[in-house]
Write a protein that binds this ligand. Structure first.
Ligand SMILES: [Zn+2]
Length: 314
């Protein structure tokens, strides 16, 4: 069991994928988190992308919008972490990715510590994504699942040096943590005790981390149910929930009542509530640099595939 700073009983964070986030919904969620003392991680897009019939549902506001950028800067000032959710919701070739990182740095004072890659049928610069999230026989299983779902082609090329979408070397230079596997357990660290870890087979990413699945308000609330909160506390674990606050957490200007109640209860517990990179930095400080073994990677891949087959969206 890990000991947490200040003798806290457990650690908790949220990584918010910025899909669908606008000034009409996101500030309502973050005002509430701030009020409850939960400092978490919000991702951003730097540039607007293209609008297609099949991606209208996921588009949110980007840092190109001055008012939105001002609000994100205010969040940073309040102690929230700002992470990168790829350059844009659309694909970007290498130069545009580098430009996005430079713009991020000019807005927030430093490179993003954390990258959470966007998933889209045309988001080609994502790295080790799609079928390349897994290897060996697990890749064949992944392809079979995707084929069953009608999505066959692997379109992600961020790690392929011959591709116009290659930027792996830049990622290695400028970004510390990248998100990968997702689990259904509230105790993310129990499922992935080695995180954050380096994977020698995926050399352009410095350190990977896992997250617990809560992509929309119902799954998020299920993840932090009172029973799960008690278990996380009893196990002395760490939870990093991955979600999309821009989806259905706020409807007609009102924040979901169950979410409010569960967050209020959680915030009153003796937990260490910090942005995700701070939590991961602490694990690195405690455990040093960790390199994943073939057998541990294979175990995580199988866990994730099984999870994806049953419920997973990310
Ligand atoms: Zn996304």
């Amino acid at each position: 069991m890990v000991t947490w700073p200040g003798n806290k009983k457990f650690a908790f964070s949220i990584v918010d994928d910025t899909d669908c986030s606008t000034l009409a919904n996101a500030p309502i969620v973050y005002d509430y988190l701030n009020q409850c003392g939960l400092k978490t991680t919000k991702s951003v897009w730097i540039f607007d992308g293209e609008t297609r019939e099949d991606n209208k549902r996921i588009i949110g506001t980007t840092c190109q919008d001055k008012q939105y950028l001002d609000w994100v800067l205010k969040l940073k000032g309040q102690g929230f972490e700002i992470a990168l959710h790829s350059s844009s919701w659309s694909r970007s070739e290498r130069d545009r990715v580098i430009n996005a990182l430079d713009v991020f740095k000019s807005y927030f004072g430093k490179d993003p510590t954390m990258l959470v890659q966007h998933t889209d049928t045309k988001h080609n610069e994502s790295m080790y994504w799609g079928a390349n999230r897994v290897g060996g026989v697990n890749k064949l299983i992944y392809k079979a699942i995707m084929s069953f779902k009608g999505r066959q082609k692997n379109i992600y090329h961020g790690e392929s040096s011959h591709s116009p979408y290659f930027w792996g070397d830049v990622c290695k230079d400028r970004i510390k943590y990248v998100r990968n596997f997702v689990c259904s357990d509230v105790n993310t660290l129990k499922v992935c005790p080695i995180m954050p870890y380096h994977d020698p087979q995926r050399r352009y990413v410095n350190l990977w981390f896992a997250s617990s699945e809560g992509p929309d308000v119902n799954s998020f609330n299920a993840c932090i149910s009172e029973q799960n909160q008690r278990r996380l506390e009893n196990e002395g674990g760490a939870c990093i929930v991955y979600t999309h606050f821009g989806t259905d957490f706020v409807l007609n200007g009102t924040l979901n009542a169950d979410f409010k109640e569960l967050i209020a209860k959680l915030s009153k517990k003796d937990g260490w509530f910090v942005p995700a990179s701070e939590l991961l930095d602490y694990l690195v400080e405690k455990n040093g640099d960790r390199i994943i073994s073939n057998s541990e990677r294979s175990r995580l891949e199988r866990m994730w595939l099984w999870h994806k087959l049953r419920t997973g969206t990310s």
